[in-house]
Design a protein around this ligand. Structure first.
Ligand SMILES: Cc1cc2nc3c(=O)[nH]c(=O)nc-3n(C[C@H](O)[C@H](O)[C@H](O)COP(=O)(O)OP(=O)(O)OC[C@H]3O[C@@H](n4cnc5c(N)ncnc54)[C@H](O)[C@@H]3O)c2cc1C
Length: 519
């Protein structure tokens, strides 16, 4: 399946883009979509994963290099993403709908190759943190808002564009970042020196990183550049690249800081509150990325089923395969609608809604992706298990959106925290759910405060997320899809696997909707 356009062939996405305020971006999305589904991009995506990044710790004289070499395919994908401003659109061209447009572009990029979207997403997400500090904004803002991909390894002052990463996770700390042990002490010049490590630091060739470290005033946020102001390599030492299950095109490093120079961002002791703004934005891309994996997997399954003949008919005409494909289509449709609706909340600065809805969307979509992709893979039979089909890569990638930026339990607990602490968040999400005016949907809402207990956090997150999806699908999807979604996902007339839609489900209507291209 090459030479297709993942935007113009996706009715659900293109309708959502228009509805959520980014209709102006459709041409741009179609243009990037043409690249994203091209034979060229498909080849680069495969090569970037087949030839994963290589770490060069030292030069031949034993001096530290701390560089990572990537396959040219990676650079080509990165260049296209940067030139289409997937890393900065709302910051470089602020206008209503810019977040939705960028989220849709990010979805297309993830459908092509998810690994390279990691530094793209982190750079986008770091900007609100940098923008809050006038000195950092002056130094880094223009580089981040640039549309030039500049992978050269040199001081930022001499570059045409920069990328920003994030390193929070430590061995002993992990989700519990307050247990971080990396220390920050003030140096003579008003900056800080960092000593410690980070256990996961993805895209280590970024130009600077937001990191957390223990300063005299408590856990604080710092910007750590790869080069010092004096034009020397910062003491940011790459120990190892992790051999990962998936996401292989992207490097994820273990790093050590040995008196590395860094600037304080925000106030000492308020590190988590400062970096959380970045995390809030990357969580949106986890939700979008999960929707993207499901959409790509579905598109591959539909394509295969339309051409493969078995037992006298093309697969898509086999009644049981129709049920499987229709069920997968419902899940992908609801995922796309939810991701794009949450993106709009960033455009409209619906802070309370976004705070809760992004956690719901990340939790739920990231949990659905692995099972969805596995079933879609099986639609291709044995060929789906073979690398040349894109399916094994999607399958290996699928669990990741649930792990990084807060694993499932941590996000589910964050849902409870948002409900308890973000004034109006629960009410705004419930108000959106009620817009469908359907008692079957509101029946999912918690009946008592007992459901807000920590041990029930996943149950709560699931129910709110599905209710939100049901509200969106009811209002905006074709009736065949809306009816089947409610009957299965709300009323429980459903099995334990995909392909168990009940007999009244309008499989023809659902599949016709799934195969309808953009208007
Ligand atoms: C490919 C990849 C790239 C990554 N890149 C980066 C990066 O660039 N920068 C970065 O900072 N991090 C990165 N991470 C790290 C990632 O964010 C962490 O792995 C994640 O936040 C979980 O932390 P942990 O691994 O320490 O697990 P732990 O914190 O040890 O958690 C283990 C399990 O316990 C659960 N758990 C934790 N606390 C609770 C609780 N209170 N109640 C119930 N359950 C709980 C978690 O949900 C999880 O399932 C990356 C991870 C991966 C896999």
């Amino acid at each position: 399946m090459t030479g297709f356009n993942p935007f113009t062939s996706d009715r659900a996405l293109s309708e959502a883009v228009v509805r959520e305020g980014a209709g102006w971006a459709c041409q741009r999305l179609a243009a990037y979509g043409q690249f994203a589904g091209s034979a060229e991009a498909t080849e680069w995506a495969a090569l970037a994963n087949e030839y994963p990044p290589v770490l060069r710790t030292h030069d031949r004289y034993g001096n530290r290099r701390d560089e990572v070499e990537f396959h040219p395919g990676w650079h080509n994908l990165m260049r296209a993403a940067v030139e289409h401003r997937i890393h900065n659109l709302p910051w470089s061209e602020p206008r209503p709908g810019a977040h939705v447009a960028r989220a849709a572009l990010s979805m297309l990029a993830s459908e092509t190759e998810a690994g390279h979207v990691c530094p793209i997403s982190m750079t986008f997400s770091a900007m609100p943190v940098l923008a809050a500090d006038p000195a950092l904004e002056a130094e880094w803002g223009p580089l981040v808002r640039s549309g030039v991909y500049d992978p050269s390894f040199r001081p930022a002052a001499g570059k045409c564009g920069a990328l920003i990463g994030m390193a929070m996770t430590e061995k002993q700390g992990g989700s519990d970042v307050r247990a971080n042990t990396t220390r920050a002490v003030r140096d003579d010049g008003g900056g800080y020196l960092l000593e410690g490590h980070k256990w996961f630091c993805s895209a280590p060739m970024c130009d600077a990183f937001l990191v957390l470290a223990q300063a005299p005033g408590g856990l604080s946020c710092f910007l750590l550049p790869r080069w010092t102001a004096a034009g020397e390599r910062n003491a940011f030492h790459l120990q190892r690249l992790k051999p990962k299950l998936g996401n292989r095109s992207n490097a994820s490093a273990e790093v050590e800081f040995h008196q590395a120079r860094a600037s304080l961002v925000g106030e000492e002791g308020r590190g988590v509150q400062t970096i959380i703004e970045m995390v809030h934005h990357t969580r949106l891309d986890c939700a979008v990325g999960a929707a993207a994996l499901m959409r790509r997997a579905l598109a591959e399954a539909l394509h295969h089923a339309r051409y493969r003949r078995a037992f006298g008919r093309v697969l898509i005409d086999q009644p049981l395969m129709r049920n499987v494909l229709a069920d997968l289509s419902l899940e992908s449709e609801a995922a796309t609608l939810l991701a794009m609706r949450v993106a709009r909340a960033f455009d409209e600065n619906q802070r309370a809604f976004a705070r809760l809805a992004v956690a719901l969307a990340k939790f739920w979509l990231a949990k659905r992706a692995p099972v969805h992709v596995a079933e879609a893979l099986e639609c291709l039979g044995g060929n789906g298990y073979v690398e040349e089909s894109v399916m094994p890569r999607l399958y290996r990638e699928a669990p990741l959106n649930s792990i990084w930026e807060g694993s499932g339990n941590v996000i589910a607990l964050d849902v409870l925290r948002a409900i308890a602490k973000e004034r109006g968040a629960f009410e705004e999400v419930v108000a959106e759910i009620r817009l469908a005016r359907d008692p079957r949907i509101t029946a999912l809402l918690p009946a008592s405060s007992r459901e807000f207990e920590e041990g029930g956090a996943r149950r709560m997150a699931e129910r709110l997320a599905v209710a939100l999806q049901a509200s969106l699908v009811t209002r905006f999807s074709p009736p065949a899809m809306a009816d089947a979604f409610r009957q299965t996902r709300l009323e429980g007339d459903w099995g334990r696997n995909f392909g168990t839609l009940p007999p009244p489900a309008d499989l023809d209507g659902i599949l016709a909707a799934a195969l309808t291209p953009a208007n």
